[in-house]
Design a protein around this ligand. Structure first.
Ligand code: IPD
Ligand code: CA
Ligand code: CA
Length: 291
């Protein structure tokens, strides 16, 4: 088992990663119902977040700069209840409660009820609900809702990616020099040298510009929508990425770690691009490896 931020989940050994790479990402047979459930859960959570944003909420500290609010917990409750009601035998890995259920199942939902908690807590209107689904160990479905703008991003393996009903596709820009990139920083930024600050300053001189929005799930959707050319981060959790990586891939983009090793959702590092600048971004990040 592995542990991220106090949450346990299965570790990906080299063998399982290789297996994941060779196992085809398969659309589950009941995909339309799974997608409908994910969308319903995201919308309920989005409504909860909008209500809390209006009425106010308590802020608790998980660590010096790592917050959680009543809204995170209540939104997660809505999502878990919706999924459990529809699929009582499925496993759920959710940020605030950890792993729910130990019985084996080919299905595992991966939930970030509020991605962008710091933004939310400050009233900065950029945050999202992120719901991904692993089927037989592969991410196959992703739903990300921006409850402020009402933008719903969805994708399923082989089904394409959509913003509401509109198909999404990544941008055509093919040089780093002309790329708008986005990144983020983990809550352990003060405690580790692997805190992305070196990459951030280096890439600021290589790209057209860099943004830091505070919601990894939306960053990924914005790559899928062609609003950003690329994104990287060095210390992510599965719930930050599970939905977004399906959306990026289905929009024609590419996701990887920092090396050419097979990508693992449990590997913490992520590089996601329109595909065209992927090798350039990897090379630039590697040339300036902060670790
Ligand atoms: C955070 C956001 C942020 C990213 C951090 C995440 P949270 O998630 O996605 O953009 O830079 O690494 O932890 O805590 O707001 O759900
Ligand atoms: Ca998150
Ligand atoms: Ca969160």
């Amino acid at each position: 088992m592995n542990e991220i931020d106090g949450t346990s989940f299965p570790t990906c050994t080299k063998e399982t990663v290789t297996e994941m790479q060779t196992t085809e990402r398969m659309l589950p047979p009941d995909y339309p119902d799974l997608m409908a459930t994910a969308v319903q859960a995201a919308q309920r959570a989005g409504e909860t977040l909008r209500d809390y944003a209006k009425s106010g909420f308590r802020i608790h500290y998980k660590a010096a700069i790592n917050l959680v609010t009543d809204a995170d917990r209540q939104a997660e409750e809505c999502i878990v209840q919706t999924i459990r009601h529809a699929y009582p035998s499925h496993r759920i890995l959710a940020e605030e409660r950890g792993q729910d259920g130990t019985a084996p199942s080919p299905y595992q939902w991966i939930v970030d009820p509020l991605d962008g908690t710091t933004n939310f807590a400050h009233g900065f209107p950029f945050y999202s609900v992120s719901i991904g689904l692993e089927y037989r160990g592969q991410c196959v479905l992703g739903v990300v809702l921006d409850p402020v703008r009402g933008e719903l991003f969805t994708a399923g393996v082989g089904q394409g990616a959509f913003l509401d009903a509109e198909p999404l596709s990544v941008s055509a820009i093919d040089t780093l020099d002309k790329s708008l990139l986005v990144t983020g920083f983990a809550y352990n930024i003060r405690e580790t040298a692997n805190n992305n600050l070196d990459h951030f300053s280096h890439m600021s001189l290589r790209a057209q510009a860099i943004r830091r929005t505070g919601s990894a799930a939306l960053d990924l959707c914005y790559v899928a929508a062609g609003r950003f050319e690329g994104y990287w981060e060095v210390t992510l959790s599965p719930w930050d990425m599970a939905a977004g990586i399906v959306i990026v891939r289905e929009a024609g983009g590419r996701v990887s770690g920092f090396t050419h090793e097979p990508f693992s959702l449990y590997g913490r590092e992520l590089v996601a691009t329109n595909g065209r600048i992927h090798e350039q971004l990897l090379a630039a990040l590697r040339r300036h490896d902060a670790r």
